[in-house]
Design a protein around this ligand. Structure first.
Ligand code: CDP
Ligand code: CDP
Length: 227
């Protein structure tokens, strides 16, 4: 039987990875964090001291990278060429450049191919920006998670505090940075952040994680029962 694909897309800090992880665990599916792949590629660019604006140099480096995942104690661990980069990919330097790197054609081609490969032989919950539109257009379930930018900035601010990430930005600056990243992600030429026609929009503003999970689960059950 064809594997089941659940696509969760949406803007920064809408709760995609939190919800996707819980659902994947619940259903026994593999969780794929595609944002982590673009973040790892960006980290590699910075480590190689390549200017993120230099599309040619970035495009030469990225196809050579090996990004893998492994289940960790309380989160999924991300490896870049065998090195654990789980914390490093959340740094501000990576966040500042990821949308530029992620807009390049070669980078998108390489990542999309890897993501499709991961979803070929096993049931997945995959989160990102273009999963429902480009990576897995045949996904049986597509959810587009949104929340007000104010709430998304507050969530990320608290998350960074809890994780001990060195935040030099104020909450207001973080909100501006999120808006800018959403703008770049939504306006790029290739696979921009966009709700797929057949995706269901879920506005999570004011909702707890449990409430969102319950809504998502109900939606998944409904979609999968109709197959
Ligand atoms: O966690 P957050 O929503 O802040 O970001 P993320 O999901 O880790 O994604 C980081 C960046 O990677 C996004 O801002 C996009 O520029 C890029 N990305 C993408 O282009 N396509 C995807 N499928 C996933 C992420
Ligand atoms: O993956 P994405 O960037 O869309 O968001 P996330 O990393 O899953 O969520 C960002 C933060 O918001 C995390 O700290 C979540 O625990 C929190 N969150 C929340 O407070 N309420 C929700 N309904 C969903 C997420």
């Amino acid at each position: 039987m064809k594997p089941i694909q659940i696509a969760i897309d949406g803007p920064a800090s809408a709760g995609k990875s939190t919800i996707a992880k819980i659902i994947a665990q619940d259903l026994g599916y593999v969780y794929v964090d595609t944002g982590a792949m673009y973040r790892a590629a960006t980290l590699a660019v910075l480590k190689a001291q390549i200017d993120p604006q230099d599309e040619q140099a970035v495009s030469q480096l990225v196809p050579k990278l090996v990004v893998t995942f492994a289940p960790g104690e309380d989160q999924q661990e991300v490896f870049l060429d065998g090195q654990n980069v789980t914390a490093a990919i959340r740094s501000q330097a990576v966040v500042e450049h990821v949308s530029v790197v992620a807009a390049y054609q070669t980078v998108r081609q390489v990542m999309t191919a890897k993501q499709r490969e991961l979803a070929q032989s096993t049931n997945v919950v995959m989160d990102g920006r273009d999963i429902g539109t480009t990576v897995l257009p045949q996904a049986q379930v597509k959810i587009f998670l949104v929340a007000s930018v104010k709430e998304r900035a507050e969530r990320r601010y608290k998350e960074n505090q809890a994780k001990g990430i060195n935040q030099t930005e104020t909450l207001a600056e973080l909100e501006t940075a999120i808006k800018e990243r959403d703008y770049l992600d939504s306006h790029r030429a290739l696979s921009p952040l966009k709700q797929a026609q057949d995706a269901v929009k879920l506005d999570t503003t004011g909702l707890t994680i449990d409430q969102v999970v319950a809504k998502a689960k109900a939606l998944i059950a409904e979609k999968l029962s109709k197959r």
